[in-house]
Design a protein around this ligand. Structure first.
Ligand code: PSU
Ligand code: MN
Length: 327
């Protein structure tokens, strides 16, 4: 892993990135990293597979704006024609959002093949964590982390996002995990992996994406960006290689509608089981998300947008606090 912790590390880090045959780091992002300014990674599966066009494009732009508003530099990560992009140009963001070149959904296992075969791709949380860690980006904001699917103890459908958090020293800010998943088992599995789970806000509950409460308690809670940054800094000082999950509940305005959406979630999950959708690997999550959108009469989309706008703001604040703490 490249590190910017020493002067020597700093120069070898930028040289290695500049000379990397596979990765294009956006000049604005490279400059911020070199100057040790705060940077927030953003994923792109939510653009290619998580939301319909053009809401996906508008949301990708608004989360970048929120990161900037909090004093950090956004780095949306994705694959364009087999090149890893850390920071996307507007035309690249559009290309992914319009799905012009049939972008694939990329988790860690897909990275080598998709680059070799020159594909476009949306990076899931797992692949985004891989590239954020490579570039020494400390914070990553998204909507929902993947998790253990319902009946995952039988199907073994457990998102690659979870083990990735053991390998990448990155703070992932999400609105928890979706109630399409088995939230209790997801938290158990994160405990087994040794990944800290911290609710960000005024509650002990672990949030459930569309709603602020899952009924499961988070082991830890912070309510300001500096405390979050301190947790990251302690782990770094101890040489720990794992990340942290900060779970920020959806804004209050969307709490009531969360209950309606939950009914759509239950129906969608049931349908997925009945038609065997729950056995089709990486298509499961996009299929259920789309179905929840249809069943809720489009009500789930504004909630999805709002919660990621919220996590991007918080992610930007945590990154800014971390930079203050460590420079
Ligand atoms: N949650 C959302 N929208 C999404 C995803 C999760 O609300 O688009 C994406 C994220 O990129 C996450 C991935 O990493 O789904 C998890 O997919 P799977 O369950 O196949 O691991
Ligand atoms: Mn899966």
């Amino acid at each position: 892993m490249l590190s910017r912790t020493s002067k020597r590390g700093l120069s070898s880090f930028t040289t290695a990135l500049k000379n990397n045959a596979l990765i294009d780091i956006h000049p604005e992002v490279a400059e911020a990293l070199y100057a040790r300014k705060p940077v927030v990674a953003l994923e792109s599966t939510i653009i290619t597979h998580g939301m319909p066009y053009p809401v996906n494009l508008e949301t990708a732009k608004s989360v970048e704006r929120n990161v900037r508003a909090s004093g950090s530099t956004p780095a949306t990560i994705g694959l364009i024609g087999g090149r890893v992009k850390i920071g996307l140009e507007p035309h690249e963001l559009e290309r992914l959002a319009e799905c012009k070149n049939k972008p694939v959904k990329l988790s860690r296992r897909d990275i080598g093949a998709a680059i070799a075969l020159k594909r476009d791709g949306g990076t899931t949380c797992s692949a985004t964590l891989v590239f954020a860690a490579l570039a020494d980006i400390k914070v990553f904001a998204t909507g929902g982390l993947g998790g253990v699917h319902r009946a995952g103890q039988n199907t073994l459908d457990i998102s690659a996002d979870l083990p990735e958090l053991t390998r990448c020293p990155v703070a992932l800010v999400s609105a928890g995990v979706k109630s399409i998943l088995d939230i209790g088992r997801t938290l158990e599995y994160l405990e087994t992996l040794g990944v800290p789970v911290v609710t960000y806000g005024q509650t002990d509950d672990f949030p459930a994406f569309y709603s602020p409460k899952s009924g499961f308690r988070s082991p830890w809670r912070v309510d300001n960006p500096m405390d979050a940054a301190r947790i990251m800094s302690v782990q770094e000082q101890l040489g720990m290689k794992n990340g942290v999950l900060f779970a920020a509940p959806i804004p209050e305005k969307y709490h009531a509608i969360g209950e309606t959406i939950q009914k759509a979630v239950e129906i969608a999950v049931q349908e997925a089981e009945e038609n065997g959708m729950n056995k089709h690997g990486k298509e499961v999550t996009p299929w259920i998300l789309k179905r929840v959108g249809q069943l809720s009469g489009g009500k789930s989309l504004p909630s999805n947008v709002a919660l990621i706008e919220n996590t991007s703001l918080i992610g930007g604040q945590i990154a800014a606090s971390y930079a203050k703490l460590t420079t």
